[in-house]
Design a protein around this ligand. Structure first.
Ligand SMILES: [Zn+2]
Length: 256
C-alpha cells in the first residue's frame, strides 16, 4: 500500500519480512490503516518498499469481519454482520481482480508465479523451468520453485491419446469370400468412349481392386458378371458375398 495512504502510520523495526508467490522475501517498512472507501478501512496494512501494486490479503479481509466472493467477472466483499456489500471489484483481461476507487487501486494477485511461468513458457515442465532459472536463460524469470502439486489439467489433457479403433469384425479369411462394391458417377467429364460412371469391386481379403467404366448405371450387373468370371478364374475361388451400400443399381432382381 502507498505510504501516504496509511493513516495512522507507524514505522516497523528492521528485519520483518513478507514473502510473495515466488518466495522472494521483501522487507516490511511500516504499518497503518488504509481508507478503501468512505466508510471502509483496512487495518494492519503493511508498507513494503518497491511493491508496484497495492495488494489486499483475502485472509486478512476475512479476519476483519467480511467475506469475499469471487465470480468469473468480479468479486464482492460483504460485511458479515450486516450482509452489506462494502466493496466491489472487477476482473481484468489478465485475470486480476481490481478494486477501483478513484485513483486508488488495490490488486489481488490471482495466479501463483510458478504456474504463470509454466503457462507462459508453453506448459514447460517445472524441472525445465528450474533449469532455465539456473542458467538465467529467460529474461525476467525469477527463481521459480517447483510447487508441491505439479499436476496441470491442460497438460494432462494434452498427453492423453485416443483409444484404438476396435478390431474389424467379420473380415474375410480367403480371397473373394467378401467383395465390396460401389458405383460412382455421373461425372461431368466423360471418358473418350462416353462413359460417365464407374463400378468398383474390392476384395476384402487381399484389398485388390477392379474397376469397370459404364455409360449407364444399369450396366452394373453386366460389369459384375464380367468381374465374377475374371476374378473367379484368376483366383480360383468363388465369390461368397457381395456387399454394397444398397444403392438402386444393386437392387435389381438380376443380382438375387
Ligand atoms: Zn500445463
Amino acid at each position: 500500500m502507498i505510504k501516504k495512504k496509511l493513516e495512522p502510520y507507524s514505522v516497523l523495526e528492521k528485519g520483518k519480512k513478507v514473502s510473495f508467490g515466488n518466495d522472494t522475501p521483501v522487507v516490511i517498512k511500516g504499518k497503518g490503516t488504509a481508507q478503501l472507501k468512505e466508510k471502509v478501512k483496512a487495518r494492519n496494512v503493511l508498507y513494503v518498499d518497491g511493491l508496484k501494486h497495492n495488494l489486499l490479503s483475502i485472509s486478512q479481509m476475512c479476519d476483519q469481519g467480511t467475506e469475499v466472493i469471487f465470480r468469473s467477472n468480479g468479486c464482492t466483499v460483504r460485511d458479515l454482520d450486516t450482509g452489506e456489500t462494502v466493496i466491489k471489484g472487477r476482473r481484468t483481461l489478465n485475470n486480476l481482480y481490481i478494486f477501483e476507487e478513484g485513483q486508488q487501486q488495490c490488486y489481488l494477485s490471482k495466479d501463483d508465479e510458478h504456474w504463470l511461468w509454466h503457462r507462459r513458457l508453453g506448459h514447460l515442465s517445472f524441472s525445465q523451468i528450474r533449469k532455465a532459472c539456473k542458467y538465467q536463460a529467460v529474461c525476467g524469470l525469477l527463481d521459480i520453485k517447483i510447487p508441491d502439486n505439479t499436476i496441470c489439467k491442460s497438460c494432462q489433457f494434452g498427453k492423453q491419446t485416443r483409444t484404438n479403433f476396435p478390431e474389424k469384425e467379420g473380415t474375410a479369411s480367403k480371397p473373394l469370400e467378401l467383395v465390396h462394391t460401389d458405383v460412382c458417377g455421373p461425372f461431368r467429364t466423360r471418358s473418350p468412349r462416353g462413359e460417365e460412371y464407374f463400378i468398383l469391386f474390392i476384395d476384402d481379403f487381399s484389398g485388390m481392386v477392379w474397376l469397370g467404366l459404364m455409360k449407364h448405371k444399369d450396366e452394373a450387373f453386366e460389369k459384375f458378371k464380367a468381374f465374377k468370371a475374371l476374378a473367379e478364374n484368376e483366383l480360383d475361388h468363388k465369390i461368397k458375398c457381395l456387399r454394397s451400400d444398397r444403392g438402386g443399381e444393386f437392387t435389381s432382381n438380376e443380382f438375387f
